[in-house]
Design a protein around this ligand. Structure first.
Ligand code: MN
Ligand code: MN
Length: 481
């Protein structure tokens, strides 16, 4: 047997470098103070707890930064800044690049909606035996229902008065406001409940929100005096009656402000990180992109949590129409084939949150391929379930180009997938843009307790995602297959 040549371990150890991408704390490479400052801005913006509120605050911010409604714009030229509100629940934003759009766009797509309890259309009732007035709800998105009991809830949304005036509602966020609450059964009487599956501990029809206990004064003979008293209060305050609820859109969301987590204040606990953390990172990314070569588009969509359907979900033509308008206003006219070809040359970051490895529930994860909180932004080649089913499985060519870009710009990034094989799964908006022929990959921020009333992220991951979005907007990646 021949003796093999001895190799020099020091030279070869460089080969292992790529493996260190993840599990390297991003705190070591990023500017801590900048990350904390950015997080502070984010926490304030997170007070916009619904897609409507976030979209409105975004439009206000855009206007103050010189963006104009695309419908008010004439011919567009490099560095022009436009936006379009998607029925007040989504926003599309663009900065025209040097090349106008024929050679493709740099698009990020994130979503503004989060899981919550929506009021039913006929929500208000009094249980006379219990002496309580309550709201019936229908939950929105994927939730563990039991998590929504016994926490303070606030009501946000729109409702019409008796004479059809639209009123914006936000009750439960000011510290002098009342909050609302779903009850749970006391443990003393819960022997039956404690034996149920977690999905049955609190059922959908048990997500009833307590809203009052005090009967109306006087009016001797009327029934349902507690409910009547609530209606009297609502009428005095908002000019609404019971019929107003039929056409209302009111969301019950966890009340209160985002809070720092940990002795080192390195993390943020808040409602709705999914997906406002990526929405904010993308929004700030496009606002800080300097002199982009390609036309940059930031999409903030609604309805991701229920399948991206409806006119305000990303599958709606409203989003594509915005890009088509951009095309027309940059190139003097609209050409269907040229527009579609520009989408083929387009690069997309589908920005959504990722599942952070949770040491308490480690059996659901495969550590080597899971996102680790604090290790920077997370890229996900594929989502889906059961053998990558229903996934956009991004091309190696595109992923490599992005990794090179992020490395060049010092953006911490880890390559991840959501949990163990066959453990479950999830989807994002990636497939929608990929279907248009654009290079598309999932990218975002790792989250602990995703879809819980209080989710947790690391400030450094938020900052990494913002830096990633900015570098992406300023990039000019051309993929050759
Ligand atoms: Mn999401
Ligand atoms: Mn989600």
């Amino acid at each position: 047997m021949m003796e093999t040549e001895k190799t020099n371990g020091n030279e070869l150890k460089d080969l292992q470098k790529e493996l260190s991408y993840k599990k390297t704390s991003a705190w070591e490479s990023l500017d801590k103070q900048a990350a904390f400052g950015f997080a502070q801005e984010y926490k304030e913006f997170l007070l916009n707890k619904t897609e409507r509120e976030f979209a409105k605050a975004t439009v206000d911010m855009l206007k103050s930064c010189g963006f104009i409604d695309i419908d008010d714009a004439g011919e567009l030229k490099p560095n022009d800044k436009v936006y379009k509100s998607i029925r007040g629940k989504g926003v599309t934003i663009a900065i025209i690049g040097q090349s106008g759009g024929m050679d493709g766009y740099n698009i990020t797509a994130a979503h503004l909606d989060s899981p919550r309890l929506d009021l039913k259309q006929i929500p208000l009732y009094e249980d006379e035996g219990a002496a309580l007035a309550l709201f019936k709800t229908h939950y929105y998105g994927g939730i563990k229902k039991y998590q929504w009991a016994t926490i303070p809830l606030a009501l946000h949304g729109v409702i019409y008065t008796k004479d059809s005036q639209k009123v914006e509602v936000c009750i439960g966020e000011d510290e002098n406001d009342p909050v609302f609450v779903v009850s749970d059964l006391l443990v003393h009487l819960a022997s039956e409940q404690m034996g149920l599956k977690a999905s049955e501990v609190i059922t959908g029809e048990q997500l009833n929100i307590a809203i009052g206990n005090m009967p109306i004064e006087g009016d001797g003979d009327v029934s349902q005096k507690i409910k009547l008293n609530i209606l009297k209060i609502l009428n005095e305050k908002y000019g609404i009656d019971e019929d107003s609820f039929i056409t209302a859109e009111i969301e019950a969301v966890p009340a209160g402000k985002p809070r720092d987590v940990g002795f080192d204040s390195s993390m943020i606990a808040a409602y709705g990180h999914d997906d406002r953390v990526c929405s904010f990172a993308a929004l700030k990314g496009i606002l800080s992109a300097t002199d982009p070569k390609r036309t940059c588009i930031c999409i903030l969509a609604d309805k991701e949590e229920i399948g991206s359907l409806g006119a305000t979900g990303l599958q709606s033509r409203l989003y594509e129409n915005f890009i088509a308008s951009l095309f027309a206003k940059c190139n003097g006219s609209y050409d269907e084939l040229a527009f579609r070809r520009s989408l083929e040359l387009t690069n997309v970051l589908s920005m959504d949150v990722d599942a952070a490895y949770d040491p308490t529930f480690s059996s659901a994860f495969e550590i080597k391929n899971s996102a680790v909180i604090g290790s920077g932004s997370a890229m996900t080649k594929f989502t889906g379930a059961r053998g990558k089913s229903s996934s956009n499985d991004a091309d190696a060519e595109y992923i490599r180009a992005l990794f090179d870009l992020f490395k060049k710009n010092g953006v911490p990034v880890q390559m991840t997938e959501l949990g163990k094989v066959d453990q479950g799964g999830g989807g994002t908006v990636a497939f929608i843009l990929a279907q248009k022929g654009s290079n598309t990959v999932d990218y975002g921020v790792p989250v602990l307790s995703m879809h819980a009333p209080m989710e947790v992220i690391s400030k450094v991951d938020l900052y990494s995602a913002y830096q990633g979005a900015k570098a992406f907007y300023e990039s000019d990646i051309v993929i050759k297959h």
